[in-house]
Design a protein. Structure first.
Lengths: 466, 466
């Protein structure tokens, strides 16, 4: 933390090097405090630096090191764990303007990009070359590739097409002291030294600033997409059916599960007839050369497990069915204030995890509408509460909600799962990190961050702080 | 290094805790000096510890830490870079007897295994469950899963099915001081803290001892396998054809390239008619639901690029065609002593890399028969020389060969490639490591190893030593 005189000096130094890329407007500094979790840092950052080049990032970090000023790197601010929120005495380093596509090589199935490009913008450009970058967080229209890398993002397609760490070949990283490292390879295979590319993926701004990424691409998937919607009497049956689909050997591109409360809220939002009380739904898509046959096989599994199945080969009708899943977040907003959680369990444990969610709802007396990426075992329980959204758009999560979340996290860990499948630790989950890692590993990870950042100026208080 | 009196003390301490799992026979110690590269460490290790449990590994490392004795972890000794060779004053810690399959979960597509199991034995057992572990180094019948993890192994199927780092969910790691850490997840998604699982993969025994692995499995691929053999007038044409196949969007399971010298040697070994002088060959397999259609499309690309194409849908005939590729190493042994290299380049650079190999052959006046995993851009140039194989089975690579290899490595780096695609750095490539990483990254990686191993007792002199 820097006192007032020092703060003025830091801003003056930044301005001397970076001119009008240093933004001290109140609106920019207010925006940099928060993300889509609703959580906000205390106080306002000193300034927002809008980097437009690697040299800008290096200059910012040299000044930060010289003045011992914390730096919080940000993309589009769509995080759900508070990991990129900048507060009192900190520099918010925005990468949003570094959004160029430097190179696309369909022949080598790679692209080199700057981190500030939006995931959806990148994929629109790649489609012209017949390729795509597979990570597809639900936020892809509004989140940056750099943010996806910082959190190790997932999405809907992960069971079939992988997560971010499966889709990055190399990273250019500026260290806390301003030095630039080039990590990884442009090749499919490469085992020279330690795999620092993977280490940086999901490190949430604690190891350095990603200023360039060499991405591993896939060919656009040819053929049709088939969509299945299947309704079950209750959520446990739907979860068992999704586990049966996975166990059958089918590989859907998408397999999403919505529980009764989620379904009810979405139907109300979209002015659809109310669903059967208690009913839960699976929405499944198959793609590729065998999409039709695979959809038929999956439909048979779903019927055998008691589902009422609708199957369409029509893309428009398929998109309409998926709209119900995609309307989850707006529907939650109609119910109250929400804390969106992100546990992940082995796929066979999905039914047991839904039992645990029902138990937590009962014991803590609060509704927890839940959707799951059932194809990969990642659940998003939404803790709904009567909370005030502050004037600055931020929320305060009541202790009773955290107590229920704590109960849920421990259930996920007991079932062989993890605290966070794709949102990251940020500030919201740091107090549970050592529960999952164990104290020895927590300390060792902390020491590794210090190799990259000896002064501890990179995103302090995030991930590892107790 | 430990002097004679200390050495006796270390062995005595090991024996007191581990009894007859401590092997001081000359034969065991001689064997632990070398790997399949032909390189051997100087001197003999103090002892070979045949660990049979996690507790054995922890006991060994506690004694090693207390006595500051270096530990070299070994699997089956099939490495090609000298990375697991144990010498004077060192403990060789063999994991070969820890070879149990602890758990197979086809429903969750994961298995938990001990590191000493052979890759092929694991896959034989997994096949009964309808699943497999995709990494398939050519050594899979004789190499351990732990060794595959330590080197970050690749193989023939990588372009389609991934390398080791795509196929491991979690690792149990014993640190230099004997503490046990559990890294990673049992879930498809998981982003709690730093991805230490990926960091350990390919770290060649410098970070800890892997005592358990949670592996990510795939369903056995249904359907037929189609095999294509295509002959080209010269190696450059074959390389261009392979790049054209990749660029066409086809995804063969296997795409192997053999140059004229390799083909000639294999034909001689197998008593086949000599190939057309100068001719090079691609051997390609397609699999899965669309295998037939994909094989036809690939054959069309190969014919359009000037290849003479044979295509079979018969598995036996396909296996016969692949035998030619599989006979490469025995064929090389008929030519002289070989140094097997392992550069990797972006796939579009394969033709240029073959030009470079031809240049190095000319300028250094030595034959370099080369095979390539053309589907992923990984080449194995074989430097053939008149070398003596010593009484202990080890070889001395002449300086002139290293000079040619140096020239070749620099060409690969210039083409956007890497020193080692799948064999690792070990001792044989450590002097080039900083050329690829840059000095800053080299130092930072070295510092990371010290977080895991503050005393520097884990595989000293490997990977990072100058």
């Amino acid at each position: 933390m820097t006192d007032a005189a020092d703060a003025a000096d830091v801003v003056a130094r930044l301005r001397a090097e970076l001119g009008d890329r240093v933004d001290t407007s109140e609106s920019a500094r207010l925006e940099a405090r928060a993300d889509k979790s609703g959580h906000a840092a205390s106080g306002l950052p000193l300034a927002v630096v809008h980097a437009t080049s690697v040299a800008d990032v290096q200059a910012t970090l040299r000044i930060a090191t010289a003045t011992r000023t914390p730096v919080v790197t940000r993309g589009a601010g769509t995080g759900l764990a508070g990991g990129a929120n900048a507060g009192e005495g900190e520099i918010a380093l925005s990468m949003r303007r570094m959004d160029r596509i430097v190179e696309v090589r369909p022949d080598d199935l790679l692209a080199v990009v700057e981190p500030g490009i939006l995931n959806a913008d990148l994929n629109a450009a790649l489609a012209e070359h017949g390729v795509w970058w597979a990570p597809d967080p639900a936020s892809r229209a509004i989140s940056t590739v750099g943010g996806n890398i910082a959190t190790g993002a997932g999405g809907l397609l992960c069971a079939k097409y992988g997560v971010v760490r499966d889709a990055v070949l190399g990273l250019d990283l500026v260290l806390a002291d301003g030095r630039l490292l080039r990590l990884g390879h442009r090749t499919v295979k490469g085992v020279t030294g330690l795999d620092l590319t993977s280490l940086v993926i999901g490190s949430e701004g604690t190891l350095g600033v990603v200023v360039g990424a060499t991405l591993k691409l896939r060919r656009l998937v040819p053929g049709t997409v088939c969509t299945i919607a299947a309704t079950f009497a209750d959520v446990r049956s739907a979860a068992e059916a999704s586990a049966a689909v996975t166990a059958s050997g089918a590989q859907p591109a998408i397999m999403e599960l919505m529980d009764a409360a989620s379904l009810r809220a979405v139907h109300a939002l979209l002015h659809l007839d109310p669903p059967t009380p208690g009913a839960a739904q699976l929405t499944i898509q198959t793609d590729g050369a065998a999409a039709d046959a695979e959809a038929d096989a999956i439909a048979a599994v779903l019927r055998a497990t008691g589902g009422t199945v609708a199957l369409t080969h029509d893309p428009d009708e398929g998109e309409r069915l998926l709209t119900i899943r995609r309307s989850m977040h707006p529907a939650m907003e109609t119910l109250g204030t929400t804390l969106i959680e992100d546990v992940s369990v082995p796929r066979s444990a999905l039914p047991a995890m839904f039992d645990e969610i029902a138990r937590v709802e009962r014991e803590h007396g609060m509704p927890i509408p839940t959707v799951a990426h059932a194809g990969d075992g990642n659940l998003h329980p939404n803790f709904v509460f009567d909370g005030e959204v502050g004037a600055d758009g931020t929320i305060e999560v009541p202790d009773a909600v955290w107590a229920a979340a704590d109960d849920l996290f421990r259930s996920a860990l007991r079932l062989g799962g993890t605290l966070t499948g794709e949102h990251g630790v940020g500030v919201l989950k740091r107090r549970w990190l050592a529960d999952e890692l164990g104290d020895d590993q927590w300390v060792l990870q902390r020491q590794i961050t210090r190799v990259f950042d000896p002064l501890g100026i990179l995103n302090p208080g995030k991930v590892f702080a107790a």
